[in-house]
Design a protein around this ligand. Sequence first.
Ligand code: ADP
Ligand code: MG
Length: 699
Amino acid sequence: MDLYKDIQYIKGVGPARAKLLNRLGIFTVEDLLYYIPFRYEDRSNIKPISEISQYCGDLHQTVQGEILSTRVVITPRQKKKIFEVAIGDSSGHITAKWFNQAFLKDVLKKGSMVVLNGQVKADHYGYGLYIEGPEFEIISPGDNALIHTGRIVPIYHVTSGLSQKVMRNIIRGVLDTCSIPEIISTDMLDKYRLPVLGEAINAIHFPPEGNSVDDLNSGETRAHKRLSFEEFFLLEIGLAMKKMSTDKERGIAFNANGVLLDKLSSILPYKLTPSQQRVINEIKADMADPHPMNRLLQGDVGCGKTAVALSAMLIAVENGYQAALMAPTEVLAEQHYRNIKRYLDQLGISSCILTSGARSRDKVAVLSDIASGGAGIVIGTHALLEEGVRFNRLGFTVIDEQHKFGVLQRAALKEKGYNPDVLIMTATPIPRTLSLTVYGDLNLSIIDELPPGRMPAVTRWLYGESRRDAYYIMQEELNKGRQAYVVYPLVEESEKVDLKGATEMAERLQKSFQRHNVGLLHGRMSFAEKEKIMERFKKNETHVLVSTTVVEVGVDVPNATVMVIEHAERFGLSQLHQLRGRVGRGGGKSYCLLLTEGNITEEGRCRLNAMERTNNGFRIAEEDLSIRGPGEFFGTRQSGIPELKVANILRDAKILEAARKEAFELVMKDPVMERAENRALRNVTERRWKDKLKLATVS
Ligand code: ADP
Ligand code: MG
């Protein structure tokens, strides 16, 4: 059977079911084979109902039996409808209840055989047990016993109109009639002790005897490992091919030995750290090379990535090219602009800023500056990607990512120039496993030290009575002449409420700290107003700054030693870590105080604990990934790399490392995968990743 055959023509499918399968993203036989069960249920020896107890350790239980009776009960107070079924086997009977699903009475009928899986609970009075809202499957006499029961069965994500049983039957039918060709070499499979593809696909749907349901559910079987390896391997081959082909493209060979960098270091108020210097040298080497640079710069908050980006942009300008820096938000763009412009003015280099919020009159002038080449360095947001933006001679682009831009947007800015060099910076470090998948086609530079004099902020999570400690600490620091930030989170839906909260907070603080000045900064202010308030804080005319927004606290005030974060549970881990990076810049002890009120979710607790435990951004990133999972962490859908079907970046980190190593070695030896033994792999890689990675087509 052809693996790319339209699913509609498979036995037991047809046009109507094909539509339902399409909804699940299944279009071909191959899609179906790789449609992995999200869970498995052990129906190999279902317990007699009499043995079911809520105390047997496993809260989810499977029972099988006949429906003895059904009824709809209405709760006296809330008038909720509960559908109740009594099911029995030769050992006894038990009730199953579904809340607000009275329609089930038309589905589950007296006399039917069913398998139920759900949580067993004791009823109010402790008289009996019931299963709450279980998943169910009706077993009919004609069903093939060895597909739907009497074994470990696969459970798929299905859609209405498509039952587990239909899904299982279709997949069983395909497995029985098609042979699945291998794409990975025997040597490699042997090396990692992985089963062949056909065996793995069969086992993932219908696990062989000897597999435990726990291993299956946690993805720890040989079949899972094999398919995870394959998934990573194909992705990394795609990334390696992309990298090889862009490394070979013609790009600009800059002369990196000009005088501007020396001039810059003479006006910078500090000396670059050895790490910054090393990374600048890596970038210089890339720039001098006649192929386009594609480099990812990682480093902890406050390590000084901006100075590195500025240095690189200056080299481009010195060579007669323009450079652009794209930031993820308007505020960050403004901030970069303000920071960088000081130096550019001194060096006599013209610069401009372009954001979508700019007034149209200004915008016309800015656009013409960009088009004429009058602006050497252009800073902006994604507005830079708009069609009307034409550069005269764009040679270098910096993308300050903050996890916001995907592979495709990176490509879009690149297309504004003639193969410009590209430097991507992440706002906070990202875990290695993620950078291998999302940025796997880039070279990596890491700044692994902070400028001298930085001290890790003492971080404490304070709640209840201990919240008061935050204000004692603040008072003490203020008395020493230091300054403090108080961040009050802004949640978009309730902007007004929060604004009120922040205003009251500022008033209250002003009353408590009468000898000091409290300022308030919020998102609704105009830029001019914000600027004024920030300026006062910088000059130490204001001593406490209450702010509703996070990023606007991005200014550099070394005298600030306290960062108080209200409702800290509402912030993401990397945001908290970024905020913490605002203090501890001036030498001496500093504090990051995380305040919470009321109950905190488990996830929230994990985040706050992580903050207390470590100051290291790379470790924070790992924690963040393990708390949220890869999809949430990166917004994988946006990143241009689709979600992985089988592999899990956390669970399968080792497999990823191995797959990457093998993929890069393979592509190094055979850059366009034209050798006979690699052709099958190349075809599969192209089919899966060509559009996603914008792989050049290999003819
Ligand atoms: P990030 O890497 O988080 O973007 P920035 O580039 O904003 O960090 O730098 C953080 C602060 O550290 C800025 O105020 C910058 O002026 C300062 N800084 C950068 N490099 C050095 C250095 N080598 N020595 C002292 N201060 C530095
Ligand atoms: Mg930065």
